[in-house]
Design a protein around this ligand. Structure first.
Ligand code: 1CP
Length: 343
């Protein structure tokens, strides 16, 4: 069921009758139905209520007609099981109550047992698979070790990642210990999702673009590579990052069947440089969805032309959908990708 779906075939770089499309953060605040649920339930409670989380996961499949569902949750959920206090403040911004400050904090971090620490996430996968009845495949996900480390160290979002880089460059043996622990957690988390029914995985290394290529290669790549190699369950994996146009070849070297790109690079040239032995996902600027239909259509056309009808392109935004996006524009985008890419 779902094995021959256009999304999974595109992940394997097989020919498809049209270009599959889904949107990062496709279940979220730009949808009235989501806001309605969130008026009653806090974000963490929503993630921990499998029936509700499943309903939210399915919203964009029903409403937008996207070609894949992604489990509703957050990359930070497994951190609680490691012994970290997690909150989502008003406006949905994550906050770590006890950020990592030194050796003892890192030594205290526990590896997670997914069945024990994230049972709600795994349960949501089961419910969604059942409800989808094979209509579209389900994507599981995890933050990559670097991006998780950045939240643990900074305590939340950062603009310069100076504390993270400070530990990485100033205390390499501590960095190694932290990254090894996060690598293990990520592997366990992703494997558990595949066992419960995730048919594809996305590894989010959202903030790794703050690094130089050589620091990425020395201090991050080996861990991301280990995650990807050790999630040996054979489902396609999308390796996503932002702001890494200068070292996408290293992202590819770390692994993944499909490389996610943002909008700061042209898809065609990037794919040519990376080689056609990987698929490519992206690369619409999320702000385009705030513009008129004519502008949206022109951008879709440009990206599809850039991909040149090559098998292995998955249409997506270059990063998450903006909360102020009119839902009609998201619907129009999906319809336009399907219409213009029909082969
Ligand atoms: O895509 C989907 O629809 C599935 C759900 C999903 C996913 C895959 C959410 C819901 N978050 C994520 C991943 C995630 N979370 C990432 C990686 C993707 C990316 O780079 O955008 C990151 C970095 C986070 C951390 C996080 N959680 C942020 C990022 C911004 C920051 O300041 O650090 C935010 C805003 C959250 C909360 C959150 N997660 C998801 C939603 C819908 C929200 C908003 C909460 C709300 O108010 O309802």
């Amino acid at each position: 069921m779902g094995g021959d779906h256009v999304f999974l075939r595109a992940c394997r770089r097989e020919a498809t009758e049209y270009t599959p499309v889904w949107l990062m953060r496709q279940a979220g605040r730009y949808m009235e139905e989501y806001r309605e649920i969130r008026r009653k339930v806090g974000f963490l409670d929503l993630c921990k209520s499998p029936d509700l989380a499943a309903e939210v996961t399915l919203l964009p499949v029903r409403k937008l007609g996207v070609d894949a569902a992604i489990i509703f949750g957050d990359i930070l959920l497994p951190l609680e099981g490691m012994g970290i206090g997690l909150e989502f403040a008003k406006g949905g911004k994550p906050l770590i109550r006890n950020p990592i400050r030194g050796k003892t904090d890192i030594e205290r971090l526990r590896p997670i047992e997914p069945d024990e620490h994230v049972p709600f996430f795994l349960k949501t996968i089961e419910i969604v698979r059942r409800e989808l009845e094979g209509r579209v495949p389900l994507i599981g996900f995890s933050g990559a070790p670097f991006t998780l480390a950045s939240y643990l160290i900074e305590g939340g979002h950062s603009t310069d990642y100076s504390k993270t880089k400070g530990l990485m460059l100033g205390a390499p043996s501590l960095w190694r210990l932290l990254m090894e622990k996060l690598t293990e957690v990520t592997i366990r988390y992703l494997r558990a999702q595949v066992h419960r029914g995730a048919q594809s995985l996305q590894l989010f290394d959202s903030w790794v673009g703050c690094l130089s290529p050589w620091d990425y290669e020395a201090h991050v790549l080996p861990y991301s590579r280990r995650v990807i190699q050790e999630v040996e369950e054979k489902v396609p994996l999308i390796h996503f990052s932002v702001g890494t146009s200068g070292f996408l070849h290293l992202i590819k070297e770390a692994g993944g069947d499909v490389i996610g790109i943002d909008w700061r690079t042209d898809l065609g040239g990037t794919w040519e440089r990376l080689g056609y032995d990987v698929g490519i996902q992206g690369n619409l600027d999320p702000s385009v969805l705030l513009a008129s239909r004519g502008v949206i259509e022109a951008h879709v056309r440009k990206i599809l032309e850039s991909a040149g009808n090559r098998p292995g392109h998955i249409f997506n935004l270059g990063h998450g959908i903006l909360p102020e996006t009119p839902v009609e524009n998201a619907i129009f985008l999906v319809e336009t990708v399907h219409r213009l890419s029909k082969r």
